[in-house]
Unconditional design. Structure first.
Length: 336
C-alpha cells in the first residue's frame, strides 16, 4: 500500500473514539475522502470542521478505488453490516470496539475472517497505552515471576443526558460487559499468552428504570489456562467531579513481584498514567514508562502491508468471542 497516495474514509461516526483513527491516519500521510453519518451529525460535523473533511450523504461515494481503508464507529450492532459492505468492496476496515454484540454477529465476523479478503482492525487501544505496554515488557522479562492473578477495574462516567438512545439498548450497544470488558479479555490473553477457560459473574441494574435493558455494573471471575485467575470489574459510576472519565486500574501479581497501573494517573501525584512496582529484589518504585513502537493505526497498516503486528486477526476474534461467551454465561441481576 502506498501510504502517501491513498485515501481513507469513515462510515459511521457515532462515538468520538473514531477520532483516534482519523488523527493517526492523517499523521501517517493518508487523506480522508469523507465521513458518512446520518444520525449523529453534530459529532461528524465536529470532525469535519476540525480536520477539514467533507461530509457525504451516500456511503457508496466512499467505497471507490481511491479509498483503501475505512474507519467505522457505527452503532455497535450495525458494525458487522459495515464490515460485510467493506468486504464486498475490497476495503480494509478499522472499527471502534466492540466489533459485534451477539453470537449471530460473531458468526458473521468469523465468516469474513475465514474468507480472508480484507484485514479487520479494532481499536483495542490499551495494548498501545504506555503503562500497559510497559507492564507487558516486564511480564515478558520475568520481572514479576510466574503470573498468579490479575485485577482490572474500569469505572466510567455515564453522562446519561448526552448519550444517544441506542447506548441504553442492550441489543444495539451490546451492554456494559461486551462494550467495556472486551479490552480486558484482550489484555488477559496478551499478558498471559494463555486462553480463557472459565467465566462466572454478575451484571447488575440498579438505575434508570426507563431503560429496561441498560445495566450499570459488571463483576467477573475469570480463569485462564494454567490456573491464572482474574477479577474484572466495570461500572458507569465515575463521579462528575472526577479528574478523569474513569480511574482505570490494573493489578498484576506474580511469584516474584506485584505491579499496579493507574491508567489515568493519581490526582495527588500527577494526572498522567503511573506504574508502581514492588518485587522481591527491589523496593517500591515508579517505573519509567516505555512508548510502544507505533500507534494502533500504524500497527493496522503494517498488518495490511504484511508486516508483523502487535494486534492480529486472531487477537480480535479471541477478544470478541470471549466477551460474547462471558455475556452468555453471567447472571443478570435487577434491583427490585
Amino acid at each position: 500500500m502506498n501510504v502517501n497516495g491513498r485515501h481513507f474514509a469513515v462510515i459511521g461516526c457515532q462515538h468520538a473514539h473514531i477520532e483516534i483513527f482519523i488523527s493517526e491516519m492523517l499523521a501517517l500521510g493518508f487523506a480522508c475522502a469523507g465521513i458518512y453519518e446520518q444520525e449523529n451529525r453534530p459529532l461528524a460535523q465536529s470532525f469535519s470542521d476540525k480536520f477539514g473533511i467533507p461530509l457525504v450523504d451516500d456511503k457508496e461515494l466512499l467505497l471507490g478505488d481511491d479509498v483503501a481503508v475505512v474507519g467505522c464507529a457505527a452503532i455497535n450492532d450495525e458494525k458487522i453490516d459495515v464490515i460485510e459492505l467493506c468486504e464486498r468492496h475490497g476495503k480494509h476496515i478499522m472499527l471502534d470496539k466492540p466489533a459485534v454484540t451477539n453470537r449471530e454477529g460473531l458468526e458473521r465476523l468469523k465468516a469474513v475472517l475465514a474468507r480472508g479478503q480484507i484485514q479487520i482492525g479494532m481499536l483495542l487501544t490499551e495494548r498501545f497505552h504506555p503503562a500497559v505496554y510497559t507492564l507487558k515488557q516486564h511480564i515478558g522479562r520475568g520481572v514479576l515471576g510466574d503470573l498468579v492473578t490479575f485485577g482490572m477495574r474500569k469505572p466510567h462516567r455515564l453522562h446519561a443526558a448526552i448519550r444517544p438512545d441506542w447506548f441504553f439498548s442492550k441489543q444495539q450497544s451490546g451492554g456494559i460487559l461486551i462494550d467495556l470488558l472486551v479490552h480486558d479479555f484482550d489484555l488477559l490473553r496478551w499478558f498471559t499468552g494463555k486462553e480463557l477457560k472459565e467465566v462466572q459473574g454478575y451484571v447488575g441494574k440498579t438505575i434508570l428504570p426507563e431503560y429496561p435493558t441498560f445495566y450499570n455494573t459488571v463483576s467477573l471471575q475469570v480463569v485462564m489456562e494454567g490456573a491464572v485467575t482474574s477479577q474484572l470489574y466495570a461500572d458507569w459510576h465515575t463521579p462528575e467531579q472526577s479528574w478523569t472519565w474513569g480511574d482505570g486500574r490494573i493489578f498484576a501479581t506474580g511469584t516474584e513481584g506485584f505491579a499496579e497501573l493507574r491508567l489515568a494517573g493519581d490526582p495527588f501525584v500527577k494526572n498522567e498514567s503511573l506504574m508502581i512496582q514492588l518485587t522481591n529484589e527491589k523496593e517500591p518504585e515508579l517505573v519509567e514508562l516505555v512508548q510502544p513502537p507505533h500507534s494502533i493505526t500504524e500497527d493496522f497498516i503494517r498488518r495490511i502491508e504484511g508486516q508483523d503486528a502487535i494486534l492480529t486477526h486472531k487477537d480480535l476474534l479471541a477478544a470478541s468471542e470471549a466477551t460474547i461467551a462471558a455475556d452468555e454465561l453471567v447472571t443478570y441481576l435487577h434491583h427490585t
